[in-house]
Design a protein around this ligand. Structure first.
Ligand code: CTP
Ligand code: CA
Length: 222
């Protein structure tokens, strides 16, 4: 059985993964968040562990059990996720940004629960920091992998996003095919072009992604 997992493609490498949604408080009980189960990010963390990596998993709120062997750092908001990533990323060889980070946070959240009434409630939203862009603009960034969730124009939007974020590799999926379930479909975008993976279980896709990352990483770090 051991032989099945040989060679360990990422033996000795330190991999940092973000997963799940972030949650931005409106008041003491309410918040705004993104649709994300965390399943893809946890599968990526597990596949990296299988490949022999030391894995740190920074996760927003999910209902999942983390993979055994991962160093898990739970966070809630995008700002907390950014702080955790900044604290860990200096140690990382590879950063895989799977989290569905909320693009906005609520200005002046109420410490007490807001009582409902019949009127329209207006919230002011301010942009969150882009965690992945923060990492890629560091002086000595790790090998960075982005994810893209799109609802339309997957190929065009994903490649634009990859170039805008200056990423060697981006994995894109359609929201309708990816969110919530145990299966998904991933399309990989890198400098060599587009690689469509067969749809299947998220763990299978995660293993293929880790294999692809290991190949690109080895080509640029030998
Ligand atoms: N990401 C991040 N921090 C944010 C927003 C996104 O680190 N504040 C990362 C995600 O983890 C993902 C990549 O950036 O790896 C792309 O996220 P996505 O939401 O698809 O793209 P955005 O750049 O946020 O653009 P938009 O949501 O408008 O499509
Ligand atoms: Ca976004």
């Amino acid at each position: 059985l051991e032989a099945f997992f040989q060679p360990k493609l990422l033996a000795g490498k330190r991999v940092l993964v973000t997963a799940g949604p972030t949650w931005e408080a409106v008041d003491a009980v309410r918040g705004i968040t993104n649709r994300s189960s965390g399943k893809m990010g946890y599968a990526v963390a597990r596949a990296a562990l299988e490949a022999g990596a030391k894995v740190t998993l920074i996760t927003g709120p999910t209902a999942l059990k983390p993979p055994r062997g991962a160093h898990v750092i739970p966070v809630v908001s995008a700002q907390e996720m950014l702080n955790a990533v900044n604290a860990e990323v200096g140690e990382a060889d590879i950063f895989i940004s799977v989290a569905a980070v909320a693009d906005y946070y609520v200005l002046n959240p109420s410490e007490q629960k807001i009582k409902k009434d019949a009127h329209i409630l207006t919230l002011e939203l301010a942009p969150n920091p882009d965690i992945l862009a923060n990492v890629t603009s560091r002086a000595n960034p790790p090998f960075c992998v982005g994810f893209a969730a799109e609802s339309e124009n997957l190929y065009e939007f994903a490649e634009l996003k990859r170039r805008r974020k200056n990423l060697p590799l981006l994995a894109a999926n359609l929201v309708t095919e990816a969110v919530g379930g145990d299966e998904s479909r991933l399309t990989l975008f890198d400098d060599n072009g587009v690689h469509a993976l067969a749809p299947g279980p998220k763990l299978t896709l995660a293993r293929q992604l880790i294999r692809h990352i290991a190949t690109l990483y080895a080509a640029t770090h030998s």
